[in-house]
Design a protein around this ligand. Sequence first.
Ligand code: SF4
Length: 67
Amino acid sequence: MPRTLLLNYNKCRPEDCDNGICRAVQACPLDLLGQEEPYDKPMMYSPVCKGCMEGIRACPNGALDID
Ligand code: SF4
C-alpha cells in the first residue's frame, strides 16, 4: 500500500551529510528525492513511497518520515 513521504526542511542540514551529498537521495530505491548540487537541500520528485524506510534510516537528522 503506497505511503506518503514527508520531508521536513527545518531538520535537513546537508552539511551533516558526507560532502553535502544527501544520504537519502542515495538510499531511496525509488529515486523519490534528487539534489541539484552538493549542499543543496534535496527536492522531492514524488511523495508516493512504498514504505521500505531506506531513506528514512539513511538521514542523520530525521528529516524524512512517512505517513
Ligand atoms: S540525508 Fe537528511 S539531512 Fe542529509 S541532505 Fe538528505 S534530508 Fe537533508
